[in-house]
Design a binder for this molecule. Structure first.
Ligand code: DHB
Length: 375
């Protein structure tokens, strides 16, 4: 997205990616886009498939121990969400990059960044064994939590904030028509489950599990049995079942590295911050970061002014921390606590009851869920 926005501003960039094009396109990630993400896709000419295939949702359901409640986000906030897979967004952006004939290198190796404190930092990598070096004005570290950019910043320059969760999500993709037009987040006695979708034919579902859950212990019929128990509600609703086409386990972590800049290196997205998946903020935060970075760079090349580059980290972090708080809250609200602390358990039930009964509490959740305007 950053490459695309820079291209629209007439700024050259080179994208290096160590995975293959197929891997990036096929890897299943989250699928909830905030309105501001959708707006940016459309404004930047990337909205065609999104507008024809994305599923617009006005609300979500929350199933509290079998009772399904609807939160009408559009009525409460005037905004909704769009369900469209992150890998579909990636597919659209790759196609645009290829159409624009701008450099995009897949399957590179041995990537390193250097001379970050200078005005001409360096990126080195090899492609098909052949070494390359790029001298540039700026480096954007959009290389994820496990990427090389954040570790290239001296440790003394970064402050890390972190929280691990004692559970993970077992996620599946199934060839089953979604039986609810909107997502269902469920807090069941046996643990959290989530019903989501990718299209009118494909359902995406998740189950709370151990962070290191062994997938071999989860044959398809066990997964369906557990999903049906945790998701079905007293009103008779339950998900449609079907052949499982993908399975995976996702860990859960909250993480922020501050500041999101070191010299001419700017971190964006997961390289600087990770949210637990509940609430699906990860992609939306990354999009907000790169929107801000593209504006700051455009201003720099237009006028030579660096104010927006200088405020990039602080401005991003305000949104990041707001999403951190929300994702942490959605996670702790909806998962079965591993701790046996009876006070915490009763407090969670009280919080769920409050959410179901108070329009103010629902509005607060909805406002954060649909996301805040980017600017
Ligand atoms: C999805 C993922 C999430 O983390 C979430 O909160 C909602 C939906 C998804 O993959 O569809």
């Amino acid at each position: 997205m950053l490459g695309h926005l820079l291209h629209l501003s007439g700024i050259d960039s080179v994208i290096v990616e160590n995975r293959s094009k197929n891997y990036v396109i096929e890897r299943v990630r989250a699928g909830v886009l905030e309105q501001s993400t959708v707006d940016l896709m459309i404004e930047s000419g990337m909205g065609e498939r999104l507008q024809s295939q994305g599923l617009c949702h006005d609300g979500i359901y929350i199933n509290v121990f079998g009772q399904r409640h609807h939160i009408d986000m559009t009525a409460l906030t005037g905004r909704g969400i769009t369900v469209y897979g992150q890998n579909e967004v990636v597919k659209d952006l790759i196609a645009a990059r290829v159409r624009a004939r701008r450099p995009l290198h897949f399957e590179v190796a041995k990537v390193s960044v250097d001379e970050l404190g200078s005005k001409r930092p360096k990126i080195r990598f090899t492609k098909r064994g052949k070494p390359s070096e790029i001298r540039c004005d700026f480096i954007a570290g959009c290389d994820g939590f496990h990427g090389i950019c954040r570790p290239s910043i001296p440790e003394s320059h970064l402050r890390i904030y972190e929280r691990a969760y004692p559970f993970g999500w077992l996620g599946i993709l199934a060839d089953a028509a979604p039986s609810s037009p909107e997502l269902v987040y469920s807090r069941h006695q046996r643990g959290f489950a989530l019903f989501s979708m990718r299209s009118n034919k494909v359902t995406r579902l998740y189950l709370q599990c151990a962070p290191d859950e062994d997938l071999t212990r989860w044959p398809d019929d066990r997964i369906w049995k557990e999903l049906l128990i945790r998701l079905q509600s007293d009103d008779g609703w339950k998900p449609e079942t079907g052949p499982i086409t993908r399975k995976g386990v996702t860990g859960m972590r909250s993480f922020v590295a501050e500041p999101m800049r070191y010299g001419r290196l700017f971190l964006a997205g997961d390289s600087a911050h990770i949210v637990p998946p509940t609430g699906a903020k990860g992609l939306n935060l990354a999009i907000a970061d790169v929107w801000r970075l593209s504006h700051a760079l455009t201003e720099f090349y237009k006028s030579g002014r660096e104010e927006l580059l200088d405020s990039y980290s602080d401005e991003c972090l305000r949104r990041v921390w707001r999403a951190q708080r929300f994702s942490w809250r959605m996670t702790t609200l909806l998962h079965k606590p591993v701790s046996k602390n009876a006070f915490d358990q009763r407090r969670q039930v009280a919080e769920l009851e409050y959410l179901m009964e108070s329009r103010a509490a629902m509005t607060s959740l909805a406002e954060n869920y649909v996301g805040f305007p980017i600017e």
